[in-house]
Design a protein around this ligand. Structure first.
Ligand SMILES: [Fe+2]
Length: 203
């Protein structure tokens, strides 16, 4: 796939970028780094899809949520997000609050957890991905939530915009309303990458 994407670079009027979304697996930082360094990626997204060996992102594994206290689950999840940011392996944190995907919500106010997570992300100099795919999921919200995006804006954390498309018709889904939301928060530009170097484009 990497060869295929690279062979298409320069063949179209639009720029073709080679990106990768990788899981952050605690304890496998060296292996992750060597994979990233083995390819000439334009950008690298780091995401959490697993807690232990539970892929909480899959509807096949939805019964796994019943084994958790929701507050504890959110705390464990955001601890992994913080570790991923601190690893400095990635350019972008993917779908920052994916744990809400199936609309399992915390029972308590988790503002402190969110603030601590955003603090770590700010210090790690990593971008946050605004991902519109959540609008098509049971949670019916973009990732991350407006509340988290406001915290990111206050910490000057740059954002990227993506639709997590797994099919051509999903590319750019619900970008118009999402750009409005981003602008309402205060953002005037979004980040983009080439050769893992960040630049900005006005919105
Ligand atoms: Fe993902």
């Amino acid at each position: 796939m990497i060869k295929k994407v690279n062979s298409l670079k320069g063949s179209y009027k639009i720029p073709i970028k080679l990106g990768v979304e990788m899981d952050y697996n605690p304890g496998y930082e060296d292996e992750t780094r060597s994979f990233i360094e083995s390819g000439k990626f334009d950008y690298v997204i780091g995401s959490i899809h697993f807690i232990g060996d539970w892929n909480f992102d899959s509807s096949k594994n939805i019964s796994g949520y019943d084994k958790w206290n929701a507050d504890e689950l959110y705390e464990v999840y955001f601890n992994l997000v913080k570790k991923a940011a601190e690893s400095k392996l990635f350019d972008i944190m993917g779908h920052l609050d994916l744990i809400k995907k199936f609309d399992y919500r915390p029972e308590s106010d988790i503002t402190d957890i969110l603030k601590r997570t955003v603090d770590v992300i700010g210090k790690s100099e990593i971008c946050v991905e605004v991902n519109t795919s959540g609008l098509d999921r049971p949670c019916k919200e973009i990732y991350p939530s407006k509340e988290i995006l406001k915290l990111c804006y206050d910490k000057n954390i740059p954002i990227t915009l993506g639709s997590d498309a797994h099919a051509p018709q999903e590319v750019g889904r619900q970008f118009d309303e999402t750009v409005k939301l981003i602008k309402n928060i205060g953002y005037k530009k979004i980040a983009r990458f080439a050769g893992r170097k960040r630049s900005f484009v006005e919105i």
